[in-house]
Design a protein around this ligand. Structure first.
Ligand SMILES: [Zn+2]
Length: 349
């Protein structure tokens, strides 16, 4: 985007000299903004310019803007600066990113107001134990550890009109995206917990303790492939953790979480007391089954109503107690990546 071509300002010959020190200061200002901007000074036909990249959106800052920035004295953040110089910098208002996505500190892409609704599909080669961060315009950050998977991460980053952001990725060994790789089992995937960008009508806090459907990690009527792990963000400690889900209905097995939240045991739904997916339990049979289940390896009890917990701080993540009536509808059972899904084998009589 070039200021000259948008007609938002007219570039004129430099009336007063712009010294290279001024240019350097303006470049330094942008560069100091937490990596959101990259700026390079240039003089083109006697006209100084600063070429700025806001996220992945290039903009040019002409001589009048450079002088304004310089004159302002650099004492405030650029956001304040831009609001003070509202008309002159209206172009920046559209290019201050609503969302910046970084992988291992490097900007992967950015989304600006005029982009949404949008889907961006960047790809990046990432080694094991990478970190992805979603940073919104207020600086609210959702940070996810990517785990052991290495390869080409093909992202789908969708930002909707209501400022909800959904991110999935498919990990393959090729730079070129193959849309069949996931369904044919030749790739793995990660679905990141959706979130609302600051300024949305819905607050992320409204989803605390809710199930995976409410959180947008599973969808009714759509089966999440088994080779997709879910990257969740704890409501309390904000650390991420990866889980695998299995479809309790298709596997004819109910699930019970341990009191510690570390273990998940599956129980064939033909065993008395184990509610099939989407059905209400028979309370007396359920109590008898809970009494018959073994203790979890750490000595805590499996119970139907136990929450699924954050593995870092043990805060309830899917909180059935706080959301009465939600348990039968949560027909995906979950366990942590790297953990073993246990199975209850009743003693034969
Ligand atoms: Zn936590």
């Amino acid at each position: 985007m070039d200021l000259t071509s948008t007609g938002q300002t007219t570039r004129c010959r430099v009336a007063t000299p712009i010294y290279s020190a001024q240019l350097a200061d303006v470049v330094a200002l942008f560069s100091a903004l937490d990596g959101c901007y990259r700026a390079v000074a240039a003089v083109d036909k006697d006209q100084p310019r600063v070429n700025v990249t806001a996220g992945c959106v290039p903009v040019q800052c002409g001589d009048s803007e450079i002088r304004s920035i310089y004159d302002h004295g650099f004492s405030e953040s650029v956001y304040h600066l831009l609001s003070v110089r509202d008309d002159m910098f209206s172009i920046f208002k559209n290019t201050v990113p609503l969302l910046i996505i970084k992988v291992n500190g490097e900007t992967l892409c950015a989304v600006v107001e005029s982009d949404i609704p949008c889907e961006k599909t960047p790809a990046m080669q990432i080694g094991p134990n990478g970190i992805i961060e979603f940073i919104d315009e207020k600086g609210v950050t959702h940070k996810h550890e990517l785990g052991e998977a290495r390869g080409w991460y093909h992202f789908s980053i969708r930002v909707h009109q209501n400022r909800a952001c959904q991110v999935d990725c498919v990990i393959t060994d090729s730079k070129d995206f193959d849309s069949d790789a996931l369904t044919q089992g030749r790739a793995s995937g990660i679905r990141f917990q959706p979130f609302f960008i600051s300024g949305a009508m819905t607050r992320n806090e409204e989803l605390h303790g809710k199930g995976l459907f409410a959180r947008g990690l599973h969808f009714n009527g759509t089966i999440t492939p088994g080779n997709v792990v879910l990257s969740c963000e704890c409501d309390r400690c904000k650390k991420s953790f990866q889980v695998r889900s299995y479809h309790a209905g298709f596997s004819n097995a109910g699930y019970f979480y341990s009191g510690s939240g570390k273990f998940t045991i599956t129980v064939n739904d033909r065993i008395a007391g184990c509610p099939a997916a989407l059905s209400e339990p028979n309370l007396s049979e359920l109590a008898a089954l809970e009494a018959a289940l073994p203790l979890a390896p750490d000595g805590t009890k499996y119970r139907y109503a136990n929450p699924f917990r954050c593995p870092h701080c043990t805060a309830p993540y899917i909180d059935f107690e706080a959301n009465p009536g939600s348990r039968p509808g949560e027909y995906y059972g979950n366990y942590f990546v790297g953990a073993e899904l246990l199975r209850y084998e009743p003693a034969r009589e």
